[in-house]
Each structure stands twice: as C-alpha cells, then as structure tokens.
Design a protein around this ligand. Sequence first.
Ligand code: PMP
Length: 434
Amino acid sequence: TAPGQDAVRPLLDRHRAVIPDWVALYYADPLELTHGEGRYVWDAQGKRYLDFFGGILTTMTAHALPEVTKAVSEQAGRLIHSSTLYLNRPMVELAERVAELSGIPDARVFFTTSGTEANDTALLLATAHRGSNQILAMRNSYHGRSFGAVGITGNRGWSPTSLSPLATLYVHGAVRTRGPYAHLSDADFTAACVADLEDLLGQTRGGVAALIAEPVQGVGGFTAPPDGLYAAFREVLDRHGILWITDEVQTGWGRTGDHFWGWQAHAASGPPDLLTFAKGIGNGMSIGGVVARAEIMNCLDTNSISTFGGSPITMAAGLANLAYLLDHDLQGNAKRVGDLLLERLRAGCAGLPGVREVRGRGLMAGIELVRPGTDTADPDAAAAVLEAAREEGLLIGKGGAHDTSVLRIAPPLTLTEAEAKEGADILVRALRRA
Ligand code: PMP
C-alpha cells in the first residue's frame, strides 16, 4: 500500500495486517477508544460508554484522573532517566509506601513494567532461594505471557505451549463452581484440597520452591476459594519449606472491598512470602512489582535490573494514584458500591435460566453463563451479552475456565452508586436480550 492510503484504510484492516492473530480483540466490530473521563470512555464515533472493565485492566481509580495527569506531566517535563543506576526519589518513596502496605515484614520492593515480569521475578527469586524449579500453581490460573509465566498458567486458553523451564504441579482449590469438590461445604472443600495437596507433595521428588496463587482468579472468571484456604495450605507449605507467592495483580489495592490485598481473606496464615502486583497501581502507567522479605529478595548474588521498571515517570503516577486511593478510601467505596452492584445484579439475574452463578467481592463481579437447563459453559451467550451491552453503552469483560463463559465486571474504584445502578440495569437488559 502507498503510505497515503494507510490513513483511509479501516484501522481494523491495518491492525490485522501487522499485529499477531493471538492479540484478540473484543467485539465483532472492534472498538477504538479515543478518550475517557471518570468512569466513562468515548469511541472514535463519539459514542459514550460506562466502563465496567477498565478498572482491572489499567484504570484503577478513574480515567484521566487530574492528580495523576499532573504528576505524570510534571515528571515528564523534569526528568525521565534510568530507574536503577542513580538514586531515584519517586521510586524509593513508592517502594516505602508499598513495603509498608504489603504486610510483609522487613520487605524489599522491586519494580517491573508488567504483571508478567513481576511474576517472572518472583519465580526467579523463589527458585533461586530454594534451589528448585518445581512450582505449585492453581488449576485455571493466569500469571502472564512470558515463557516462565505461561509455565505456571493453568488456564488452557492462555497457555500456548507445554514447554517450560519450570516443573509445575497444578493444585485444586481455586475453582468452586466445578470440579470434583464443587458440591462440598466450605470446610469439607478446604479439607479435600489440603488432602489433595498433601497427596501431590507426597509424590514429588526433591524440594518444591513455591506455591503461586491469585486470591481471586481474574482471567479464570473471578472465581475464589473459600476464605482461609490458603491459610490451610500454608500449614502444609511451611512443613515442606515451600514459599507462598500471592499474585495480587487483579486483587490488590482494595478492589475486593473487604481487604486491601486478596491474601488477607486468608489472614490466619499471616502475610505471604512474596507478593506481586501490577495493572492499575499506575492508573494506566506501566508499573508492576514484587515484594518479599529481605532474606528472599536478596538471595540473588549477581546484578539484576530493569531499565524501565521503577522509571520516575511511572513512579510519579503510582504515588499520585496511591495517595488518591488512600485519601478517598476507595477500598471502602469498593465495598459499599460493590455490595450494591452485586445485589442489583443478583436480583436482575434471578430466574434467568442461562445464569449459573452471580459472584463477586467488592468491585469484582462475575456472571457465569451456561446453556439453559444444562451445566455446559456458554461462550456464545457471553459474547452476545458483551455485544448487547456495548450497544447500550456499557463495556464489560469476559473470562473463565470453560471457554470464556463468565462475564467480568471490574469498574474503576471511584464508581458511584448511580453508575453502579446504571451499569447493572444495562447488563441485566443485555442478558435478557442476548
Ligand atoms: N497475573 C494476573 C493475575 C493477571 O491477571 C495478569 C494480567 N491479566 C498478569 C499476571 C499479567 O500481567 P501483565 O499483562 O501486566 O503482564
């Protein structure tokens, strides 16, 4: 194509010509977003959407949050240099805040640019510290897209190769709605999963380095174990000297309302050994990171740096965003508005034969769809609801263990009650129509 023609070719054609096929776009007619404000975004045609998914993807607090925009532009105008070779004030300041909030004693923080790189770093630390490449991960998990991270990703739809530098064993417990223990009470489910873990460990040779788990599985369809499961696991892990890594990429910073971190739903076990975070903390700027006790973090005896991890510009965004989140008690807002949203979704979905379960915690809600009258996952229905909601001006996500049949809702944490009602009502109408 002649250069001038590119501008008039539909963007989708140009996307397909240069971007890999495995970068999946939502919607039969994919959406081009051009700007956002608060909980709303606009497309290239000027249509407005209530954003019920961007809160998890990038925009933890609000689109175009003035405090973050100001911090980023001031830092951009001042200095963006190496994150690691010189003293970096914004990085030290954000590390201090994150270390304190993490609940991990004697914590050290290493910043990366993504959740994938954060989890890869946690794996590097755990395997080096324990001298083992054996990892326990949860069935249906998602931890990122690097060669290391796909090797601990149990969700088949996101794990493109069986080759891995790690020897991974997949554990029962994260999925409550299906599987051999699904019908059990919380206590019996937990006991069954612990017995299964013991059995699995009895069959391994040599030490296992770590267990990595998302407190609420994100890509896996917002499914969570009973509270306390990881505390029960912890007891077994401690006996075997196995480290516990909590992947808080989706559950951190108060999103679940009840807790600041997802691991706190299992608090009897005390803090994890390692914690990874990413996505929304920069409100769109690329921040990921790992927190670990000094003894684990400092087990590497060579240099290991990240050129862009901890960049002053992303750290400035993180500091401004975190201050906003804490000053405005957005965890409390996630609890209040999340409860209201869930209640309204539950009421609206009651009696719908294609809805198997409405579940959630804070501003993280999932609606699992099945073919009416069966137990078979219904990805077509999920896709149809996404389209119908979009038509009415609402963006949601999807995921799940079984062919992306779970609708996922994760709005920015500043969501108001009126917006929660507006979105829930659109979604229920879309479910009835699709
Ligand atoms: N862990 C979890 C729980 C995630 O949901 C994701 C992203 N979906 C990742 C890790 C990877 O993060 P990133 O896409 O920033 O590499």
